[in-house]
Design a binder for this molecule. Structure first.
Ligand code: GDP
Ligand code: ZN
Length: 275
């Protein structure tokens, strides 16, 4: 794999201090994982957005703005592909009406069933911010979510020094090429770091075949063994275990909708549209 950038946010390196006080990187240590964006030209090069990520924090909004569930699912599938555990935060809980709270709980129940932890928060009232602080402690967390859901407010309420801190590292873009996406890392006072990528283009963009795609919907994974055809795309085929599970309510219909939308390469809910 040829990368356009030799170093990415999150990399661990060895370096030597020179006589003039500057440092020279002598070795790049192995990356536990990394997320990439394919470069837009045809050179087959990739841009490494960030590396060594412990978890992906998906901040979602139920209103003002509402995050489409397809959008959340796209991030979750991408996180599955990269084998990064994901947690969903439903922020602005102070704005929830009883009806909206009930709906949110239904959505959460499905995600929890699949294995994604969910937290309802309000950066405004401080509701459950202690849980978020615990979640972030000593971990490298990738922050994602459409703009306006409260990512910055949330993180700043957890660490009020954050804006003042100078321990802010920018991506090493020495060539000046492909600089549309860059990530920043913010170190938390309490331990841990946040990787924020303002233009998270690419993270939610995955073009996968049916097998790869359903393999990354955890609740589909085992069931698809019971489909009549082992190359079942879970769309038009008869005796499809996935469609049966949707009919019986075992698999949430809206998760299935996300699957079909991604399978069809529907670009409607790609991250790019929400930046
Ligand atoms: P980001 O684009 O995801 O970083 O979102 P911001 O942090 O910039 O927040 C967008 C707007 O939502 C700002 O006006 C915030 O004051 C507001 N906001 C953030 N969190 C909350 C919350 O929990 N409740 C309410 N009512 N507003 C919030
Ligand atoms: Zn099937």
């Amino acid at each position: 794999m040829k990368a356009t950038n030799p170093l990415a946010v999150g990399d661990y390196v060895h370096f030597e201090i020179q006589a003039d006080g500057t440092g020279i990187i002598t070795e790049l240590l192995d990356r536990k994982n990394y997320i990439i964006r394919k470069s837009t030209n045809l050179s087959k090069q990739v841009h490494i957005i960030a590396s060594n990520i412990d978890q992906c924090i998906v901040v979602a909004g139920m209103l003002m703005p509402e995050t489409p569930l397809e959008f959340i699912d796209r991030i979750l599938v991408t996180a599955e592909i990269y084998k990064i555990p994901a947690v969903i935060i439903f922020n602005k809980s102070d704005l929830f009406t009883p009806e909206l709270l009930e709906y949110t709980r239904e959505i959460e129940a499905e995600y929890i069933k699949i294995g994604y932890n969910c937290i309802e928060t309000s950066a405004k009232t401080g509701h459950n911010l202690d849980k978020v602080a615990t979640l972030l402690k000593d971990k490298v967390s990738l922050l994602s979510g459409n703009s306006g859901v409260g990512k910055s407010t949330l993180i700043n309420s957890i660490d009020s020094n954050l804006n003042l801190k100078t321990g802010k590292i920018s991506d090493a873009h020495l060539t000046g090429k492909h600089t549309t996406t860059f990530a920043e890392m913010f170190f938390l006072e309490q331990g841990g770091a946040i990787i924020d990528t303002p233009g998270l283009r690419g993270f939610g963009v995955v073009d996968l075949n049916a097998e790869d795609l359903s393999g990354n919907f955890p609740e589909f994974f085992n069931k698809s063994e019971n489909c009549q055809y082992n190359n079942c795309t879970h769309t038009h085929e008869p005796k499809c275990a996935i469609k049966n599970a949707v009919d019986s309510g075992d698999i949430a219909w809206w998760r299935y909708r996300s699957y079909v939308s991604m399978l069809e390469g529907d670009t409607k809910h790609r991250l790019d549209d929400y930046e």
